[in-house]
Design a protein around this ligand. Structure first.
Ligand SMILES: NC(=O)c1ccc[n+]([C@@H]2O[C@H](COP(=O)([O-])OP(=O)(O)OC[C@H]3O[C@@H](n4cnc5c(N)ncnc54)[C@H](O)[C@@H]3O)[C@@H](O)[C@H]2O)c1
Length: 331
């Protein structure tokens, strides 16, 4: 079984090789994304491809794959929007995805961003890096055990985030569109309004559902405590970026931590130093560092998450090969 894996980063190569010891696939690992006819052609001579986000298995690409004898088009992501699944089905190509991986990966990033903003770490080290060792009022901080943290969406990632904040001593409030049972020892479930009114830090872990539109709106922000901190490591499409910008500029939000931005494909993973960004709102948000902290969608960029994604993808492929079916086939 010859398998081409797209978008493989150097740090992931040893993990691919380690996991493959139990599978024995003939692997080709490439850094390229599937985003052009040239990178599509890399699949010639392979039985299967494993994609990442920003790899686009369009109808045209799938037709080529079919012609070249590629039988399996898998993705090592939770999201599957980058594969034309209906067309793959028509062509008889099998597809599968990774339903979940280490929730701690994203939860730890959310906590890190929140703690950096609460303790003014970025602000402070920016000064000491310039040999300015004075202590000023902007470095004075509330302790997390004196804070209420509001978690929006207590699924896998949100609940893990809640546990981490609870472990740090915070009082954790939670709101989920579908209230959960058995979480009372970690968090207190309240209405969204109460959560926003009460919380010093709000961390969003709800999915983006296009029909529901934006979730972090002007009204959402207006309901938050003055001088609170907002973290979004879920999806950029959830937020009204202009409203966030104004909230930080006015001081309504003391800090903002984002791992995702709407339209992030235009700039994340690129070196744009010295260039103007196409989106002026994003440009202004970035300039508000260190009150605004932006990470380029690195929530899942950890050892454990990579291991989970690769292991599940290889298991999916093996199941499809041996039985013709996988529990993670894309419907
Ligand atoms: N930054 C990253 O790298 C990264 C990686 C993986 C996932 N994510 C994001 O994290 C989100 C959460 O992932 P998960 O694995 O915990 O998903 P999950 O399905 O386990 O949990 C989502 C929870 O949100 C709740 N929910 C849905 N709509 C809601 C709403 N409008 N208000 C409040 N709660 C709502 C659901 O009931 C569920 O409990 C994903 O949707 C994804 O967008 C980000």
């Amino acid at each position: 079984m010859k398998v081409l894996c797209y978008g493989v980063r150097d740090v992931e190569i040893p993990i691919f090789e380690q996991v493959n010891q139990s599978f024995g696939f003939d692997l080709t690992l490439v850094a390229d994304y599937l985003n052009s006819s040239e990178t599509a052609a890399l699949a010639k001579g392979h039985d299967a491809v494993i994609l990442r986000g920003n790899c686009f298995a369009t109808a045209e690409v799938l037709e080529l794959y079919k012609e070249w004898g590629v039988k399996y088009v898998l993705t090592r992501t939770v999201g599957v929007n980058h594969i034309d699944v209906a067309h793959a089905k028509e062509l008889g190509l099998k597809t599968a995805y990774v339903p979940f991986y280490s929730p701690n990966a994203i939860a730890e990033l959310a906590v890190s961003l929140a703690m950096m903003l609460l303790r003014h770490t970025a602000y402070t080290v920016q000064k000491t890096a310039q040999q300015d060792f004075r202590v000023d009022a902007a470095m004075f901080s509330k302790e997390i055990r004196n804070c209420k943290v509001g978690i929006v969406g207590i699924g896998r990632i949100g609940l893990t985030t809640a546990k981490l904040f609870k472990g740090l001593g915070a009082e954790v409030l939670a709101y989920d569109a579908f209230p959960k049972e058995g979480v009372e020892d970690i968090c207190r479930q309240v209405s969204l309004e109460e959560l926003l009114h009460e919380s010093d830090i709000v961390s969003v872990h709800a999915p983006f559902i296009p029909e529901n539109g934006r979730f972090i709106t002007r009204e959402f922000i207006a309901n938050m405590k003055d001088g609170s901190i907002l973290i979004n490591t879920a999806r950029g499409e959830l937020q009204d970026a202009q409203a966030l910008l104004e909230a930080v500029q006015s001081g309504k939000l003391a800090g903002l931590g984002l791992d995702t931005l709407e339209g992030e494909g235009e700039f994340f993973f690129k070196d744009l130093r010295g260039h103007k960004l196409a989106d002026p709102v994003v440009e202004e948000l970035i300039q508000l560092y260190p009150r605004v902290l932006v990470t380029p969608h690195i929530g899942s960029y950890t050892d454990e998450a990579a291991l989970n994604m690769i292991d599940t993808s290889f298991t999916n492929l093996q199941d499809l090969m041996l039985t013709g079916a996988s529990q993670n086939e894309i419907e």
